[in-house]
Design a protein around this ligand. Structure first.
Ligand SMILES: O=P(O)(O)OC[C@H]1O[C@@H](O)[C@H](O)[C@@H](O)[C@@H]1O
Length: 224
């Protein structure tokens, strides 16, 4: 058995599930309903991977009150869940990779900008929750990605030093959050192409989890 000396921290949307097209369509429908201009390019640059408080402030170009934020977030996320529900499935190779990590006693956590309603939908809907020792969502932090708080909190929850954590991320904001937390980042080329990801500072770029081994990930944090 592999002797685990590191932890793996997973982003949710775009990593555990390859669902960003559904988020894009939900945001475009939501924005149209509120007569706000929004394009896919703007989504990718300003919304992808960000917490709803920041995304809504961008869409409406103003501060959103806490009460309004709850209503608007649930409106958008209900559209997303309706669109994605028939397609809900784990990313290719994910279940095998998570089982291998568990067998090697690697502590596992999720660090997501998503609201808790989407965490229930994804982690309990599949179900993926039994694999994870900790889940940190948007409601548990003051500052969303690209701030490192979500990943620092996840590392704290599994009791592993940031330098010994490997973050799996698809979003620019999430990659930056992992790097600013002092962690090793593996970029997943779901939302962005390998070309777009190549200068973002990730130690490795993968298309999905097929064929990924515990040893390969461990090498990123374990001196040879
Ligand atoms: O990629 P993460 O951190 O799981 O982020 C979740 C967020 O990702 C964004 O891309 C979605 O548009 C949001 O609606 C969602 O809540």
């Amino acid at each position: 058995m592999h002797n685990a000396t590191f932890a793996c921290l997973f982003d949710m949307d775009g990593v555990l599930v390859d669902n960003i097209d559904f988020h894009v369509n939900a945001w475009l429908q939501f924005a149209q309903h509120h007569n706000r201009p929004l394009t896919k390019a703007q989504y990718l640059e300003h919304i992808n991977g960000h917490v709803s408080a920041d995304a809504m402030a961008y869409v409406f170009q103003r501060e959103i009150s806490p009460g309004e934020l709850i209503v608007l977030t649930e409106e958008k996320e209900a559209i997303y869940r309706e669109l994605y529900r028939p397609h809900l499935q784990p990313a290719p190779g994910l279940l095998t990779f998570l089982s291998d990590l568990k067998a090697a006693h690697v502590p596992l956590a999720v660090g997501t900008s998503a609201p808790i309603s989407n965490v229930y939908f994804t982690l309990d809907g599949l179900p993926l929750r039994p694999y994870f020792d900790a889940v940190v969502d948007a409601s548990m932090v003051k500052h969303g990605k690209p701030d490192p708080e979500i990943y620092l909190r996840a590392a704290e929850r599994v009791g592993v030093a940031p330098a010994l954590c490997v973050v799996f991320e698809d979003a620019f904001a999430g990659i930056e959050a992992g790097l600013r937390a002092g962690m090793n980042v593996i970029a997943v080329a779901t939302t962005h192409t390998r070309e777009e990801l190549k200068d973002q500072g990730a130690a490795l770029i993968i298309d999905d989890f097929v064929g990924l081994t515990v040893a390969k990930v461990g090498q990123l944090v374990t001196p040879v």
